[in-house]
Design a protein around this ligand. Structure first.
Ligand code: NAD
Ligand code: UPG
Length: 334
């Protein structure tokens, strides 16, 4: 019988790719999602149970019926700006929701979880690349909420034997256009889909949030990781836990940093379209540079990223064009 894995947030961008990777590896993903930012038709590799992670009754009924061997926990409020404006919502979903999920897991004896953490927990870091030993110093409520959950998971392992892999993703990018899943947030706040909108002529220009950072071209640097590589890291983490290994905190990035201006250039080169830009102020809560030292993922999980930034932008571009055509969107600024 196939092993069932509960995927909270499985109707979202990263979660849907995880479900595909799980199904390819022989697991049955069961999506648990309130569809607040996810999409019903992204759930193609197993059943969808509509529900909120803060709803203990629906979660308990789901565990009773599905008896998952493990949980991959992606459901979250994950927009940094929104967390600054409404921290109560972010802590409620990300921290209280996770405590609720862990309580139900304990009651049903499900003792393995892969958690979506983030490089946002590092905050402002001096070093060129960041390893997992780097002190947590989040500079926005979103990052704080994820750091809190990491601490909770470590305590739960020590006290209750509930083992977890905390995957600290860097910036997800790209899409699986053949599977018709990709990045689709309303409203969109992430850099690459916004730049692609500009390349399509759906927005007049990209506003660059700050060009006075202490980086080579003055714009902020991120480590972009293909969403398919990110998904395969979840399967590796799950396999690691199923083999009985102890919990771990693991960066998931490529180790290559790209500035906002570089992303604009790559998009312009690959799409052969102009991408006009204008300069705006820094976005509150944005660290200047976040680039992974991803060695531990290789050593512990036997995982390596395969796709570089050009592949990410190419795949995102194909998906984005399909999405905008399907949406019938003519102009987002009209
Ligand atoms: N996108 C990135 O670059 C990135 C980087 C680091 C970490 N993360 C983390 O990865 C996870 C997934 O991010 P994403 O970009 O796929 O976002 P997403 O918004 O596409 O997916 C989140 C999913 O969770 C669901 N959800 C939200 N609140 C819920 C609740 N209370 N109960 C049940 N379901 C709920 C949404 O409907 C959605 O399907 C998040 O935890 C995010 O913090 C993302
Ligand atoms: O119109 C825009 C949009 C973004 N940016 C900048 O581009 C960079 C990347 O921004 P974005 O794509 O929004 O990603 P992050 O803010 O780095 O956050 C993402 O990546 C985090 C990990 O760093 C995750 O935890 C979050 O969930 C996810 O939103 C930042 O410097 C932004 O200020 C712009 O200059 N203009």
């Amino acid at each position: 019988m196939m092993m069932r894995v509960l995927v909270t947030g499985g109707a979202g961008y990263i979660g849907s790719h995880c479900c595909k990777a799980l199904a390819s590896a022989g697991f049955e993903p069961v999506v648990y999602d309130n569809l607040s930012t996810g999409h019903r038709h992204f759930c193609k590799w197993g059943p969808l149970v509509p529900g909120d992670i803060r709803d203990a009754d629906t979660l308990s009924r789901t565990f009773e019926a599905m008896r998952p061997v493990a949980v991959i926990h992606l459901a979250a409020q994950s927009i940094v700006t929104r967390s600054n404006e409404d921290p109560q919502e972010t802590f409620d979903v990300n921290v209280a929701g996770t405590l609720n999920l862990l309580d139900v897991m304990k009651r049903y004896g499900t003792d393995r979880i892969v958690f979506s953490s983030t490089c946002a927990i590092y905050g402002n870091v001096e070093s060129q690349t960041i390893d997992e030993a780097c002190r947590n110093n989040p500079i926005n409520p979103y990052g704080s909420s994820k750091a809190m959950v990491e601490a909770i998971l470590e305590s739960y392992e020590a006290a209750y034997g509930l083992r977890s892999v905390r995957l600290r993703y860097f910036n997800a990018a790209g899409a699986d256009e053949k599977a018709a899943v990709g990045e689709w947030h309303e409203p969109e706040t992430h850099l690459i889909p916004i730049v692609l909108d500009v390349a399509m002529g759906l927005r007049p220009a990209l506003q660059i949030n700050g060009n006075d950072y202490d980086t080579a071209d003055g714009t902020a640097i991120r480590d972009y990781i293909h969403v398919e590589d990110l998904a395969s890291a979840h399967v590796s983490a799950l396999t690691y836990l199923l083999e009985g290994a102890p919990g771990a905190t693991v960066n998931v990035g490529t180790g290559a940093g790209h500035s906002v201006s570089e992303i604009v250039q790559v998009v312009s080169r690959l799409t052969r379209r102009p991408v006009p830009t204008l300069h705006g102020p820094r976005r509150p809560g944005d660290p200047p540079r976040l680039v992974a030292n991803a060695r531990r993922a290789g050593q512990l999980l036997h995982w390596q990223p395969r796709k570089d930034i050009d592949a990410m932008i190419r795949d995102a571009w194909r998906w984005h064009q399909d999405l905008r055509k399907a949406d019938g969107v003519q102009s987002l600024t009209a």
